[in-house]
Design a protein. Structure first.
Length: 318
């Protein structure tokens, strides 16, 4: 639903003018169909009747751009006995100050040429556009009701408008905007949207390329870290073997690979100690009853000189 500030102008002859009391009876304050392309629903007319009751009526519209409060000299009358007539409009009695200098003049025009003066309500309405007309569903508030002349001034969106007054601004119904109407009415906007879309597509492509580059660099970094971690772990394994004085044959690539598969340093140290025990077992002297003591492999071998066969023999003795 769209809200707009709208001003209407209605020229109608009152049913009766009471010059003594200053009352214009049966004045039409709002019609169901506006010359500005707006149709007021019955609920909207009911809203207007309720809001117009007791509304003060001013003389003429304020000057264009004048935001100051209306002067007391602008006050002319008040609307009373306001009623809505479904399908027709809003009617009421206008009580005018009979002491005002302009009362007799206005009364003369009302009786002899009612099209020369008219009432122009300025109010906030809500509705939607359909078939080129604005369908008013409700009247939200009333800014003012003015008595205006110069009905021949029909330029813009409302009759009785001064030559400098801006026309009503109606917001388009977004739901009714089509691509074709947008191309026809706002080619500049279409061009801007296309340009923005292209820019967005290029930016997305650039971001996608940067993300791919980031993934590639991260993978390379992970591989580098893994290589460094493996090298550090191998250095630690070699250091443990050297610290245990394991012979070369006892620290084969197969044994080192088993050390590298250890999840924790403690497990690695345990394997090295176990291998160290095997080496010591292989170099342990043996004796038989009545015979001299000899080493299980080659007498006098140092631990670091013990070979694979010696280790195998030590395992078998276990």
């Amino acid at each position: 639903m769209t809200e707009i500030q709208a001003r209407e102008t209605i020229f109608s002859k009152p049913s009766r003018v009471d010059r003594e009391k200053g009352i214009f009876h049966g004045v039409k304050l709002l019609g169901s169909k506006s010359a500005h392309g707006r149709d007021y629903s019955d609920p909207a007319l009911e809203d207007a009747a309720r809001l117009y009751e007791g509304a003060r009526i001013n003389v003429d519209h304020p000057r264009a751009g004048d935001r100051n409060p209306r002067s007391v000299r602008d006050r002319g009358g008040i609307a009373r006995n306001v009623k809505a007539v479904p399908g027709d409009g809003v009617f009421g009695d206008v009580f005018w100050n009979p002491e005002r200098p302009d009362f007799k003049e206005i009364a003369w025009w009302a009786e002899n040429d009612p099209a020369a003066v008219g009432f122009s309500p300025n109010h906030l309405i809500a509705g939607h556009t359909k078939g080129g007309r604005f369908f008013v569903e409700s009247v939200r508030s009333v800014v003012s009701i003015d008595l205006v002349g110069d009905p021949a001034t029909t330029r813009g969106l409302f009759e009785g408008r001064g030559p400098e007054d801006p026309p009503d601004k109606e917001e388009p119904n977004v739901k009714e905007i089509t691509l074709e109407s947008l191309k026809r009415e706002r080619p500049d906007l279409v061009k801007a949207l296309v340009s923005e879309h292209k820019t967005s597509a290029d930016e997305l492509a650039r971001i996608s390329g940067l993300e791919e580059e980031k993934r590639s660099l991260q993978e390379e970094l992970d591989r580098h870290k893994a290589t460094e971690a493996l090298a550090a772990k191998r250095s630690k394994a070699v250091a443990l073997c050297e610290s245990a004085k394991l012979p070369k044959e006892a620290t084969s690539e197969t044994f080192l690979a088993s050390l590298l598969r250890c999840a924790a340093d403690e497990a690695m140290e345990a394997l090295v100690k176990d291998r160290q025990a095997l080496v010591l077992e292989a170099n342990k002297p043996t004796s038989t009853e009545g015979k001299s003591t000899t080493f299980a492999t080659t007498e006098g071998k140092k631990a670091e000189d013990i070979g694979v066969d010696d280790l195998v023999a030590a395992v078998k003795r276990r």
